[in-house]
Write a protein that binds this ligand. Sequence first.
Ligand SMILES: C[S@@+](CC[C@H](N)C(=O)[O-])C[C@H]1O[C@@H](n2cnc3c(N)ncnc32)[C@H](O)[C@@H]1O
Length: 472
Amino acid sequence: MTPLMPTLSGVRALYEAYPYPCYPLLATPRWQDGYLTHSRFAACVAGGGAAFGSADGSNRVLIGGGGEILPYIIRKWEPRGQAVISIDLSRHSTRRARWRTLFSSKSTRFLRGDLDAYLQREPPGLFAHIDAYGVLHHMPNPSHTLALMAKALAPGGTLRVMVYNSPARTWIHHVQRLLGSSLVGIDRFSAADLRLAREILGAAAKEAPALAVRLNQLGAGTMPNDGRFADTFLHPREARLGIRHWLEAIRAAGLEVAGLFDRYCELDDLENPLSIVPSIEALEQRAADGRYENNLELFIRRPRVGEVSEVVRSRQCKLAGTQTWVYRLKPPPSLWFSYDETRQISWGDRQALWQAHLDWVLCGEARRTTPLLPRLAKLSLQRLLRLGAILPGQIVDTGLRRALAAPMTAMMEAPVLPAAVELRGGPCEGLIRSVLVARGRGEERVLRQAMARLNASQLDGGRWGQSLALTH
Ligand SMILES: C[S@@+](CC[C@H](N)C(=O)[O-])C[C@H]1O[C@@H](n2cnc3c(N)ncnc32)[C@H](O)[C@@H]1O
């Protein structure tokens, strides 16, 4: 086997040690919650239809860097006729992913290797859909991988990508530097070192409320979980690319962004971003002042000459009733009803929404959507459209469709976070000093650099920095 370049071998070692996201092997995930992951949903957002066996003849789906659970979820969603291929650098992740699909009557082809090398080997236009969620920013040259994916897609094919929103991660970058080899030198593969890293951050959070808020925002799943913790703070490769860079690289690869998924409702002052993509400037402004912190979750298409009409699309995608009962017996995705505007929707209407969604994404039929619309409040409908629970094509009345794509609010306020405080002379500094001394790096200069990183991690790109003058 050809040796991997250093970036790849570091990334592979991380995911061999910590398959992502590392749920228990016997857990049975609610796969319907993964309604955004499959080719039919992407085709509905992109309005293409290649994923349903297009005129271009492709019906293959590629999961690039699928980790250990996504292949299971995507395989559940993709119908039998759809060939699913999953490639991942990590043998451990691949084994776990294969195990999860072992009892499925639909087959999945698992490959272990580098996504770039695989795409380079395969003939162009092979895939109707590619999923690369949380992978591109770990690749050695993300723009090159994007170009390879564009070449691998059939015309009209789709791509789902999640990449980091780097400005929102400035604080994480400072913590990465603090824990990295030039300062504290945490060994990402040592359980004792991971405990120590958590102890340092815990001590810092006690003194610095801004950092405490940040760590809290990561969610309960990240701090105690070794794999998630290492993925966030100790990753050997994270491309720090801005929003403009990503969107321009997508365009340069000959691809078009068709929709942006706004998971945390940060873009409610813009038109529905899942169907009307915000400008680079609008996203940059909101990322700069903290209004937009989510990662970029993008649905992308490879344009084809001559769009496929809705009628052709619905003919292409029709599944027989017998093929859809497995989906229909499941309850709807829980995400849809976890927002203020949707929480009050009745049980009956939730089921009706789910059936109407499945009608559209699996069979291309909007019949059951029309009677449901007058029963729901405008804001509920707007939220459901932004979540992709209802897709624009389901709304036959074009005036209503346009009205529901409108902004949900006039403006969004930037979040107000606790003021930064200078960490100096307290228990956190004491802990870091003792760690550095124990590691033979006790010089004052190193301690100052370490503390400067922690202090800067509260500033978040200068946004909250008004109250703290860094002295280092
Ligand atoms: C953060 S995980 C995301 C996993 C999955 N996409 C998800 O959303 O749950 C990144 C995955 O990409 C894989 N990966 C990273 N670089 C890769 C490469 N060059 N080729 C193939 N897979 C890669 C890793 O092994 C890991 O499983």
